[in-house]
Design a protein around this ligand. Structure first.
Ligand SMILES: [Fe+2]
Length: 251
């Protein structure tokens, strides 16, 4: 993998696209890939679980359909895990990530960075407020639309119990076309990654709601779904070629 792949300096990038926060605030959105015990992390970072507001300018909010995502984290014996540290990251409503190498042709939202974190309460429950992520095409494949999804990292009670996985949405027709990722899973694993719509959990006249419970380890745990947003050399070459073609006005 080349240096280009892991280089990640998106602040200037989103600033050019109208971000309304300062650099310090922006960097506070990416503190979480450090080693350390889960509960210690939760004490350090606290909750930042409203993605509609946590990177928005005063009085504004992210664009998109508001959703609540609620659930319970269990250990392998199905006991609730209190104080588990949960981080999520996702695309905006147009399917675009705040990432310099994201090649999807859709606008950034100046009021949405797409990261948040929280920890479970004494009963293992957690909650996020966010927007439904949009779909995007996975390159270099042709017309490969990824189903809407939210990336999850859960740690607790220690980093040894870290689970990195993804949430998908019940009823998304694109799940049947996700050949390289979702369809690679066994049937029983697929079910564990699908958040279910729950009308009772909705915030009346304000937000839809989905339920997504997780099992941290053992045979019932969610499958590990690594973050695949780091592009390979092949992907980068493809994107550069496509951009050159576009600038040159070729087909
Ligand atoms: Fe993704």
């Amino acid at each position: 993998m080349s240096d280009d792949v892991i280089k990640y300096e998106p602040f200037e990038y989103i600033k050019e696209n109208g971000a309304k926060m300062d650099e310090k605030e922006f960097k506070s959105h990416f503190p979480l890939f450090q080693p350390g015990a889960g509960p210690a992390l939760s004490k350090k970072f606290g909750k930042n679980n409203d993605l509609t507001k946590n990177s928005a300018a005063e009085g504004e909010e992210a664009q998109g359909q508001r959703i609540l995502v609620k659930g319970t984290v269990y250990d392998e014996n199905h006991n609730p895990v209190p104080n588990a540290f949960i981080e999520i990251w996702q695309a905006n409503a147009a399917g675009r990530y705040v990432h310099k190498l994201d090649s999807w042709d859709a606008p950034l939202d100046p009021n949405f960075v797409g990261s948040g974190w929280t920890y479970t309460d004494e009963n293992g429950n957690y909650e996020f407020t966010t927007i439904k992520p949009g779909n995007y095409c996975w390159k270099p494949d042709e017309n490969y639309w990824r189903p809407a999804h939210i990336h999850y990292s859960v740690m607790g009670p220690s980093v040894n119990d870290r689970l990195v996985t993804q949430l998908y949405f019940e009823g998304d027709p694109l799940l049947e076309y996700d050949d390289e990722i979702f369809l690679q899973l066994e049937e029983h694993e697929k079910k564990k990654l699908i958040a279910t719509f729950n009308h009772e959990l909705t915030e009346p006249d304000w937000a839809l709601a989905y339920q997504f419970d997780m099992v941290l380890s053992g045979p019932d745990s969610q499958p590990s779904m690594p973050n695949r947003h780091q592009l390979t050399d092949h992907d980068i070459a493809y994107i550069k070629k496509a951009k050159t073609r576009k600038q040159g006005g070729e087909a």
